[in-house]
Design a protein around this ligand. Sequence first.
Ligand SMILES: Nc1ccn([C@@H]2O[C@H](COP(=O)(O)OP(=O)(O)OP(=O)(O)O)[C@@H](O)[C@H]2O)c(=O)n1
Ligand SMILES: [Mg+2]
Length: 409
Amino acid sequence: MHIYLVGGAVRDKLLNYPSIERDWVVVGATAQDMLDQGFSQVGKDFPVFLHPKTKEEYALARTERKTAPGYSGFSFNIANDVTLEQDLARRDLTINAIAQDENGNLIDPYGGQQDINTKTLRHVSDAFSEDPVRILRIARFAARYHHLGFRIAKETLALMSTMVQAGEANALVAERVWKETARALGERNPQVFIEALRQCGALERIMPELNALFGVPQPAEHHPEIDTGKHALMCLQQATKVSDNTCVRFATLVHDLGKACTPEELLPRHHGHEKKGLSLVKSLCRRLSVPNDCKKLALAVCEFHTHCHRATELNPSTVNKLFNNLGAYKRTDFFEQFLQCCQADAQGRTGFEERPYPQAQYLKEALASCQGVNAATFMKQGLQGPAIGEAMTAARIQCIKVFKEQYQR
Ligand SMILES: Nc1ccn([C@@H]2O[C@H](COP(=O)(O)OP(=O)(O)OP(=O)(O)O)[C@@H](O)[C@H]2O)c(=O)n1
Ligand SMILES: [Mg+2]
């Protein structure tokens, strides 16, 4: 039995990039050999085992054969005569198909090191198309290593497009799409993930609402970049500067979905796009099984981002309503995430990237000015039931009014 380190750990070491986990491949062993050595099997039919102590993944060398279209039909050849070269051949990218033996020697039959040197994300063989998740993975790697100069090889992008045309992107399971998307959103250049998916046609299948924004114009005066899809990507890029949070990045990306619904005769203006976007955000979130916290933030940013941009012009009762809609009187974390998304939106425009966004500070201070208002005061005065709420609303509006007058002076 021979054991080799493979995948991300080898790749990231060569890239001098931090890597969290280690994956191993075992050549010349059977499942029984692994169990005898104290490993535990991950799934009943899956030839992957966990090390008794480190709990790292050890996979038997295998070749994969697709038995049905889409994502479900796999069978494995895990006979103990599968060679290391055969196992590496069925992997996704050449840079992921380098093995390292116990002495530190690299086994690299498919030119992985050369592709690391030329910063190329290239598929190993035709076996690539056996797994549609790889479309997402390659887009994610493109986002992850973009700052190092990595690009997807032309022939790999072409293969991804062919897979999409063959219906493979439709077969992706929602949870997997979201998992890969969430990971990609956490990278330094998440907009590259979306761009790559768009280039191969997968975006149209998995996020049609977002794909529809490309080619939709906005007024050049506020949006020198004009194209709404481009704006969405620029916003996402800005979001990485204001927050690491997945939900902030996701909500920023989808805040303008409503702009795809604007009737042609109204273009490039998008009156009412905020409310129109809500059903699109909902359908996107439903299809991808987006977790509730991200969906909630996305809906709030979609509906209220324009309010936030116009914060200093809003009358005090509208500001109070906005705070209520955002639950800001109860908890400020959601409110602050909302402000971060709005800032990323405002700065996600050509020439506006460095422009300050005083609206966020304005709203934070307006909220703080209401801090002294509490139910106990009014209860002590003898108010009961709905009268308490009404008195609090009036008091808060008054506080915001005073704050606004001071601000304007
Ligand atoms: N759909 C997939 C998933 C994984 N792999 C192979 O299995 C290895 C380990 O997979 P995984 O741990 O998911 O990814 P890593 O490349 O190790 O990247 P990360 O750093 O994110 O773990 C990959 O390098 C690749 O060789 C593959 O070919 N196709
Ligand atoms: Mg790994």
